[in-house]
Design a protein around this ligand. Structure first.
Ligand code: SIN
Length: 522
């Protein structure tokens, strides 16, 4: 299978729309936003109960899942509390010995079957992603391909967990380093990639021989439950993969069980840095292993030598993927003086031509709503702060209705503005002018987080130099979309701990055991 990106490479769907799109920042909702779309209650993979120990179980109450584009309820899902979470942990613990003992090949075959089922049901799964997260269908389809690719990748990696035979300093001893599964893993996932962030973790965990309890984001439990249905169909044994959905209100108590129960050996979380720190503190008492994929504040640096068209298309892809709601999205655009005017002009025109707001289910939509009003408020607050400090709005800048925010281009941005200090997680593109490479690096690295960074230049020495000096875990050089299961995904500083995907992702679910075979006859 070819490389699968979370968004279609080069966004062919954006290009298809060039002819019929209204300009961004048009004064009212587009016809697509006024039309109503609904998720069929008999959607094939719509499941609303928790999945624990191979059974679909109801909780005492249910919570609503809303379509962020309309605010309408699309389903009511079992609202698990600490009791259900504990039951799931116990089930995962009971399932652990036999899953551990299964051969790597047996685990690999089941993961491959799960991959095949995701691929077969990609449209139904994509629809769930769109209705619960607001993502345009084309991006949801890409997400399902991306999600499936982790199951495929880790079905292959399952068979390559090699230990070491180490040369011994003593003649009568042999030294072996064995790799063994850590045990039960708690997996806590976000709403912005409701399917792929589960498979990126669970693919690695199951391949390694761990069993898991997944707590999906409160806004997006349906994708997780659909994955459970397909896991069951694939023949993943009871207790190996458990899903405990819950409301915002129950999240702290469920999180507490998942991060403190002594039967849990490992936690893996994707989400904000603030929440990651809370979970890490909870996990510290029982010294659990932890993987954290936390916030970013990606710089996107365009040097004078850059190919301006390439830089514009990279900026569009990197900024407007999922309406800016990805932690690898570019957050600060640093553009060198010599190319600044051309870049800004072309970028504004690309935004006019390529972006169209609407319900994700409308095939013409490229920009869905933000996940909720709070997310929209944050973007608008950053815009008004920037304007009050001297920035100019070249495109957008307004909320249309609900959590729909116009893709926004800000220029004359300076580093005292809020949008250059904190992650936006929305369709705001602030451009800062710089003169020297040193200045760009100083601004880019002036952050407590370091997930992704992007560099556009045609000077090979500069590409290397800047890539090495950027304090991030992922660098795109002349490329705005980087995600793929073959590569390591992870940040430095407060962007997290550990890596996902790649040949290293499985190590997060393994521990090394030193075995000494002694007193041998030389
Ligand atoms: C994220 O935003 O957390 C994930 C994005 C990706 O995997 O590309």
């Amino acid at each position: 299978m070819s490389v699968v990106c979370a968004s279609h490479a080069r966004h062919p769907f954006l290009l298809l729309l060039l002819r019929r799109l209204p300009r961004v920042g048009s004064p009212g909702p587009s016809p697509a936003m006024r039309r109503s779309y609904s998720l069929d209650a008999s959607a094939p993979l719509l499941r609303t109960r928790a999945y624990v120990d191979g059974r679909w179980v109801s909780a005492a109450s249910a919570f609503p899942v809303l379509d962020p584009a309309t605010g309408q309820e699309i389903a009511r899902v079992s609202d698990c509390g600490p009791a259900e979470a504990k039951r799931a942990v116990d089930a995962a613990y009971r399932a652990s010995p036999s899953w551990k003992r299964a051969t790597a090949k047996e685990r690999s075959v089941l993961l491959r079957k799960w991959f095949d089922l995701l691929t077969r049901h990609k449209e139904d799964l994509a629809k769930l992603v769109t209705f619960e997260s607001g993502k345009p269908m084309k991006e949801s389809e890409s997400e399902i391909a991306y999600a499936a690719s982790f199951l495929e990748w880790f079905s292959e990696e399952a068979r390559r967990v090699y230990g070491d035979v180490v040369p011994s300093p003593l003649r009568d001893r042999k030294i072996f380093l064995l790799k063994q599964p850590v045990g039960v893993a708690s997996i806590i996932t976000p709403w912005n990639f409701p399917s792929a962030m589960i498979t990126r973790k669970v693919g690695a965990a199951l391949a390694a021989g761990c069993t898991v309890v997944v707590k999906p984001a409160e806004d997006t439990p349906l994708s997780a439950l659909a994955l459970a249905e397909l896991a069951e169909q694939a023949g993943i044994p009871a207790g190996v993969f458990n899903v405990v959905p819950c409301s915002r209100e129950k999240t702290p108590a469920v999180g507490q069980v998942l991060c403190t129960d002594p039967l849990v050996a490992k936690i893996s979380f994707t989400g904000s840095t603030a929440t990651g720190k809370v979970l890490l503190k909870m996990a510290a008492d029982t010294v659990k292993k932890a993987s954290m994929e936390l916030g970013g504040h990606a710089p996107f640096i365009v040097f004078d030598s850059a190919d301006v068209d390439r830089a514009v298309s990279g900026a569009m892809a990197s900024k407007f993927r999922n309406s800016g709601q990805a932690c690898v999205c570019s957050n600060r655009f640093l553009v060198q003086s010599g190319i600044y005017e051309r870049f800004v002009d072309k970028l504004g025109r690309a935004m006019d031509a390529e972006l169209r707001l609407g319900h994700g289910a409308d095939p013409g939509t490229t920009q869905g709503p933000l996940i909720n009003q709070r997310a929209a408020d944050k973007v608008l607050q950053q815009v008004s702060d920037a304007v009050s400090r001297g920035a100019t709005v070249l495109r957008g800048g307004k909320r249309l209705h609900g959590s729909f925010v116009e893709p926004t281009l800000l220029v004359d941005v300076t580093t005292d503005m809020l949008c250059t200090k904190e992650e936006t997680f929305g369709p705001l593109l602030p451009v800062i002018r710089f003169s020297t490479e040193e200045e760009a690096l100083t601004v880019a690295n002036d952050s407590n987080v370091g997930l992704a960074g992007y560099v556009y230049s045609q000077d090979v020495s500069q590409m290397w130099r800047v890539s090495e000096l950027l304090e991030v875990g992922i660098v795109g050089v002349n490329e705005g979309l980087l995600s793929t299961p073959e590569a390591a995904f992870g940040g430095v500083k407060e962007s997290g701990l550990g890596s996902e995907g790649s040949r290293y992702g499985i190590d997060e679910y393994l521990e090394l055991k030193y075995m000494c075979l002694g007193n041998l006859q030389p």
